[in-house]
Design a protein around this ligand. Structure first.
Ligand code: URA
Length: 271
């Protein structure tokens, strides 16, 4: 089913126009669950963003259970290595690892927390309720899963009971994510929720304190602007914060268009 833009914004709780449904501040009062715990839904100078040369995928395969060899892998070997990974205990409870999905040359990289039950069953990130909302969020800024968009997670295996992945689990999985970013070389990374923010930026502050800003992901000569926003599973339980997520998506679009420099804070959106 193809949704109109109005239907998409309505789905995000923002229809029929881009207005906050209630005065700023009101949403804080109704938030019931911390954005730091997004349990899956069952949880001045424009920045130059010229295309960069793609990383050269190395041929050959590297030990499938050794994430430290990830830096040498091209896409097929990386995928296989992730599927066979036993670097942390999360592998014991998974049906399958969930490497990621989408355009391997995407400008946009969205990173979530970790697979839930449906993702574990289907092998694709964000296919449950939270995924439907993520798709609506993408559509609201004229993006589509798989079309110039790649979706990945901080951890590739489902944490038991859909709990938030532990720091050690995210650290064990980090070489895979780092290699995915190096191969994709996105123009912008959007982090969905605090776990992703922690995994990618090492940022310990709350999501509320970090959104509305632009960060940088650095890996060698690769520098990618990063913004953070609420996890879709959190938004499903905290509808008023969808308006803030919409602001974040607008910021993402501005950064992608080079209209907002890294480090500048989000200006107040029109009422
Ligand atoms: N939540 C996530 O963070 N990732 C998924 O893939 C699904 C739900």
């Amino acid at each position: 089913m193809t949704l109109t833009r109005e239907q998409i914004l309505e789905e995000m709780g923002l229809g029929p126009v881009w207005r906050l449904r209630q005065p700023a501040g009101a949403s804080e009062a109704v938030a019931e669950v911390s954005p730091d715990a997004p349990a899956k839904a069952d949880s001045a100078a424009p920045m130059p963003l010229a295309p960069r040369p793609r990383a050269q995928p190395a041929a050959g395969s590297v030990d499938a259970v050794d994430p430290t060899g990830a830096d040498a892998l091209g896409w097929p070997a990386l995928r296989e290595a992730i599927l066979g990974c036993t670097a942390c205990a999360l592998c014991q409870g998974r049906k399958q690892a969930v490497p990621g999905v989408g355009d391997e040359n995407a400008d946009w990289l969205f990173i979530g927390e970790g697979p839930g039950a449906e993702e574990d069953a289907r092998g694709e990130p964000f296919v449950g309720q939270a995924g439907k909302l993520l798709d609506a969020m993408l559509a609201a800024i004229d993006l589509r899963r798989g079309d110039n968009v790649y979706i990945a997670n901080a951890v590739k295996c489902r944490p038991p009971g859909n709990r938030t992945p532990e720091a050690a689990e995210m650290a064990a999985c980090r070489p895979w994510l780092k290699r995915q970013i190096a191969l994709i070389r996105p123009k912008l990374i959007v982090l969905l929720g605090r776990a992703a923010m922690h995994a990618v930026l090492g940022e310990e502050r709350s999501l509320g304190a970090s959104r509305g800003k632009t960060f940088e992901y650095r890996d060698g000569e690769l520098v990618v602007p990063v913004i953070v926003t609420y996890h879709p599973a959190y938004l499903l339980r905290n509808l008023p914060d969808k308006a803030k997520a919409w602001e974040d998506l607008c910021l993402a679009r501005r950064v992608m268009r080079g209209q907002q420099a890294v480090g500048m804070d989000l200006p107040l959106s029109p009422a």
